[in-house]
Design a protein around this ligand. Structure first.
Ligand SMILES: [Zn+2]
Length: 455
């Protein structure tokens, strides 16, 4: 297993020419993007023909997409969990079975293939919410961060950036010891978690952040330890929040308050924090999240897959919470689908159309997602920003027809991950003409990696 991250940020000097590019508020025809040292040195509009030597990007070029919430190993669950009736909690038993099978080697292969799938979907940065830390039974590996380092290496090999959100997961529920599956997740105390997480190495392509799995999994008196660890490092801090009403009920029984209130009282909320799901909230919760500047990551394809419910994304944003998007359980990996699902879910709930513009939904999938992953310098096509972009075809069966100035609407409301033609990370051409440049056959890599997990 290759565990030395290969830098994705090897200095690249190049010019890309986009036939059309989305510049945050509108689509421009003929945009030249000069790259130096992994960043955009210049973004020139009105360039009608490709400059000599430029790499031509036909279609709509967007900033690289940010997949703000991922559990890479859930990719092995795709389809196999679509049988029979059940709830989030019965799905979780199936998920635990896969978690019990993984080793650092098989997880590396699975994550490499999954992250390559992400690159093919236009994703240039992933937030990996990582809690599968230890060997079965909870025994630490010789390298206590073998699993996390495998994920960092996998992202490097797949050519995308990662923010490894090393997750504190210490309990099965309020006052409950971890069950036999959860022993792999637990460092036993937040102090032990902090010590192990502090040894993680980042890299050019990898940032290290923190996560509280949920208020169920980290005892209230240890939440501040995780928050302080992130604070000291200026690192992103993520937390699953109120995905299920059972969590709210258990929190009320144990602490007499909502999970959001518990997090607020222990210093977990703030502008570096992102709450994931935020499905079942009170009006006070929405106010606490918004007024503290805590971000919200919606994962609509997972939330509908797991029968969670529809979170109040529009109200959260109005209250001051920036929105981002994640593919979470990887039922599908398609940020265009996540973006349109957030809008369409809100339409179903309210019977009103048009809660977000296409521009606003693309910002959630790009700049605001990257910011939630600790990269405020990524997610825009602007001079000085990280040279990360993706290009979708405007001539596929899904996207052909509308005039190019409507291309942002096409991206959000009609395109799919299958329309991605190019992905560039730090100036490097990772996906070219729909093919991954470093992982030769991604479907085969996925098939063999998933088979190896179950072997
Ligand atoms: Zn999750």
């Amino acid at each position: 297993m290759q565990l030395t991250p290969r830098p994705t940020g090897t200095p690249v000097t190049a010019t890309y020419w986009a036939s059309h590019a989305w510049l945050g508020t509108h689509v421009e025809a003929g945009v030249a993007l000069d790259v130096a040292g992994g960043r955009f040195a210049a973004v020139r509009t009105g360039v009608e023909t490709p400059p000599p030597g430029a790499v031509v990007l036909r279609g709509l070029t967007l900033p690289g997409l940010a997949n703000t919430h991922s559990h890479a190993f859930h990719r092995a669950l795709r389809s196999s969990v679509q049988v029979g009736a059940g709830t989030f909690w019965s799905w979780r038993e199936l998920m635990y079975r896969v978690a019990s099978l993984l080793t650092p080697d098989t997880y590396y292969e699975l994550a490499r293939a999954t992250y390559a799938e992400m690159a093919l979907a236009g994703i240039t940065s992933v937030g990996e919410f990582h809690y599968l830390h230890h060997a079965p039974g909870g025994r630490p590996y010789d390298d206590p961060n073998a699993m996390g380092e495998a994920l960092v290496a996998a992202a490097a090999e797949a050519g995308i950036r990662i923010t490894l959100l090393d997750t504190a997961y210490l309990a099965a529920g309020f006052g409950e010891q971890p069950n036999r599956h959860q022993l792999r997740f637990s460092d036993t105390t937040a102090d032990a978690w902090a010590e192990r997480a502090a040894a993680l190495r980042g890299g050019d392509h990898a940032l290290i952040g923190a996560a509280v799995h949920s208020v169920r999994a980290v005892p209230a008196d240890q939440l501040a330890t995780v928050a302080a660890w992130a604070e000291e490092r200026g690192a992103p801090l993520h937390v699953h929040l109120s995905e299920q009403t059972a969590e709210n009920d258990a929190c009320a029984a144990a602490h007499g308050c909502t999970p959001t209130r518990l997090l607020a009282d222990h210093g977990v909320l703030g502008p570096r924090t992102t709450a994931v799901h935020s499905t079942h909230l009170t009006a006070e919760d929405i106010d606490l999240l918004g007024s503290s500047g805590t971000g919200t990551c919606m994962c609509p394809t997972t939330e509908r897959d797991l029968a969670d419910g529809i979170g109040p994304a529009a109200a959260l944003q109005r209250a001051g919470s920036p929105l981002s998007l994640g593919s979470d359980s990887h039922a599908v990996i398609d940020l265009f689908e996540e973006a349109r699902a957030m809008e369409l879910d809100e339409r179903l709930r309210t019977r009103v159309r048009g809660h977000w513009t296409a521009d606003a939904l693309l910002r959630a999938a790009s700049a605001d997602g990257h910011a939630a992953l600790g990269r405020p310098d990524a997610g825009t096509l602007e001079p000085g920003a990280a040279a990360d972009l993706t290009t979708i075809a405007l001539d596929s069966v899904r996207t052909a027809g509308p005039v190019p100035r409507m291309a942002a609407q096409v991206a959000v409301f009609a395109a799919s991950a299958a329309d991605v033609r190019h992905t560039v990370v730090a100036g490097r051409h990772i996906v070219r003409d729909g093919r991954h440049t470093t992982v030769e056959d991604v479907p085969r890599a996925l098939a063999s990696a998933v088979a190896a997990v179950y072997r």
